[in-house]
Design a protein around this ligand. Structure first.
Ligand SMILES: [Zn+2]
Length: 371
């Protein structure tokens, strides 16, 4: 194939692709589900919920919003033999793809964009939704936050939430940091690791050796620290829930409506030639940006509200229930801890007090996350 042939075949491919996109868009605007294979959660007709799968999905969404890791949900599904719609085992990435699919709440996405109607509202499909748009937006916001695009209240990008790359068997490994001052005057700050010692039944959080970046000079009884930090985190969650409840509905709803109204008016004026192209495009861009940032803000507010709706008394109960009886597993607990805290600095005890036997909560300094 010569160069001209290549160019033509590329143009053809682009045309086909455009026709495909248009076909998808038409279907989406009619509320029809996208074609192709059945999606997990729905029956073969792609419209009706498959009750067992839909329940699993709805629970997964709720738990993910509440801080459970994808990995922990996937392990749960694997253990009860749940398979994908093509009969495979679930993986964290296949579950992530599914949870990111706006189809869950009845929305459609083509490319990177949700399909909107003429009024700028997302088109709602005719198939049965599994979660509410608020829940799906909360999930979407969480994934975006993890991808490093978290935006603070002031609109500036905030630091990203850390992700647990490894499986941890203990509540606070990697979260506790050594607060001992080294001979050169700086604080050690190494992450404490779990060790066990023969004379002690409990696990011990200890600073790693010098060879591994620590000072090796600090340790604390694990059970006591876990218990104390658990109470601290639960109290913080309760406090935040109270704050989120008091925050009430999103305060900028009217502002968003005003911007949307302006956009509609502007578009109508432009369509009927009352304003110039130049005026229209200059103003429409600015308004659309405002609309996008307000919508993002609304989604974040919804995510906070979703969390507030998670009953903390239930978290407290599940914290102290074994996972096999519906309690939280270690990854879920760590998610709550990491959501509340950056770290806990463990200060050394004074000479002669013995670093393990004598537990003093004042020597644990929590570093809270904002929010
Ligand atoms: Zn140290």
């Amino acid at each position: 194939m010569g160069l001209v042939g290549v160019v033509f075949s590329k143009i053809e491919a682009r045309k086909t692709r455009r026709r495909m996109q248009q076909w998808h868009r038409d279907r989406a605007e009619d509320g029809k589900p996208p074609g192709g294979r059945r999606t997990f959660g729905w029956k073969e007709d792609r419209m009706t919920r498959e009750p067992t799968e839909a329940k699993l999905l709805a629970d997964a969404v709720e738990e993910f919003i509440a801080g459970r890791s994808l990995n922990s949900i996937v392990r749960d599904w694997q253990s009860i033999g749940v398979k994908t719609s093509t009969g495979r085992d679930w993986t964290t990435s296949s579950l992530k793809r599914l949870l990111q699919n706006p189809r869950l709440c009845g929305y459609r996405r083509i490319g990177n964009q949700l399909v909107h109607d003429d009024h700028g509202e997302p088109v709602v499909g005719a198939w049965e939704a599994i979660v509410t748009p608020e829940q799906w937006l909360a999930v979407d916001t969480l994934f975006r936050a993890r991808a490093g695009h978290r935006v603070g209240r002031d609109g500036k990008p905030a630091e990203t939430l850390p992700v647990d790359h490894r499986e941890h068997r203990h509540l606070l490994s990697g979260i506790l940091r050594c607060g001992k001052t080294k001979p050169d005057g700086t604080v050690c700050n190494a992450q404490l690791r779990v060790t066990r010692q023969r004379d002690c039944e409990q696990h011990i959080y200890a600073c790693t050796t010098k060879g591994r970046g620590g000072c090796g000079g600090l340790g604390r009884r694990g059970d006591k620290v876990d218990e104390y930090i658990t109470e601290l985190v639960l109290a913080k969650l309760e406090q935040r829930q109270a704050v989120a409840k008091a925050a009430g509905p999103w305060p900028k709803e009217a502002e968003l409506e005003r911007i949307e109204g302006k956009l509609t008016t502007l578009t109508e004026q432009w369509k009927s030639d009352q304003i110039t192209d130049d005026f229209f495009f200059t103003n429409v861009r600015d308004l659309e940006q405002q609309r996008t940032s307000l919508r993002n803000e609304r989604a974040r507010h919804a995510a906070v509200a979703e969390r507030a709706a998670t009953d903390t008394t239930d978290i407290r109960r599940r914290w102290h229930t074994p996972p096999e009886d519906g309690g939280l597993d270690i990854s879920q607990k760590r998610a709550y801890v990491r959501e509340a805290l950056h770290a806990v600095v463990v200060l050394p005890v004074g000479k002669g007090n013995g670093s393990r036997g004598n537990f003093n909560p004042d020597l644990l300094v929590p570093v809270w996350r904002e929010g």
